[in-house]
Design a protein around this ligand. Structure first.
Ligand SMILES: [Cu+2]
Length: 218
């Protein structure tokens, strides 16, 4: 009977021992390392006259490609961030808003190398040459210069100065197509070449009186 008990205990100890080894299996040096990052990030910065410029569309192409894979718009910090990118070389291109030009020696399209697990960067220097009228679409639900008189041939640029979505929607005319200023810095420019009176409104805030009038004199 004593030897039977001893055998039983040995078996039990062996079982506990193997369970303990199993619990420590994570430390086994033969286990593969956990998978590392397989994608990278690209930050694209746009500066106009040396200051962060929001509202600029940035397109991302496979290197040498003709069709953009994705696009972003620079935020208030002048930056558009592309994440989860396959490692390799990408082409980055800025779409210049009306009234902006590339700075001297600057290129609209350049390449950037994305490395898995890292953040690459590219930057563009542009110049604001706009010499028309500025109208701010404001979060107090008004347009600055809500009533504006200009001469024919003058350009008007609307800029979202807040963080709410505003629109610049023609009211009863088709001088331009409805423009959406979704976030801070988004802008829309139109040149008025024909004399007349052009009213417009913000679709979300029309009911609160967010409207404007452009009077164009010959
Ligand atoms: Cu609005």
């Amino acid at each position: 009977m004593a030897s039977y008990l001893r055998s039983y205990l040995l078996v039990a100890l062996a079982l506990v021992g193997s369970a303990a080894v199993g619990a420590c299996g994570d430390d086994n040096p033969m286990d593969p390392d956990p998978p590392g990052p397989t994608t990278g990030t690209l930050n694209v910065t746009v500066n106009a006259d040396g200051a962060a410029q929001s509202g600029v569309t940035v397109n991302l192409f496979p290197s040498g490609g003709a069709t953009a894979t994705t696009a972003g718009v620079t935020g208030a910090n002048g930056m558009a961030t592309f994440s989860n990118l396959a490692p390799g070389t990408w082409d980055v291109e800025v779409e210049l808003p009306d009234g902006f030009e590339l700075d001297t020696g600057e290129q609209a399209r350049k390449s950037a190398t994305v490395v898995a697990g890292e953040t690459a960067s590219a930057s563009f220097a542009i110049v604001d040459t706009f010499d028309g009228e500025l109208i701010m679409a404001q979060d107090n639900l008004t347009f600055s210069q809500a009533s504006l008189t200009i001469s024919a041939g003058t350009a008007v640029r609307w800029v979202n100065s807040g963080v709410m979505l505003h629109t610049v929607t023609p009211d009863g005319h088709s001088e331009w197509s409805a423009a959406t200023l979704a976030s801070n810095g988004d802008m829309f420019t139109h040149t008025f070449n024909t004399a007349g009176t052009y009213t417009y409104f913000c679709e979300p805030h029309q009911g609160q009186g967010m409207t404007g009038t452009i009077t164009v004199q010959p």
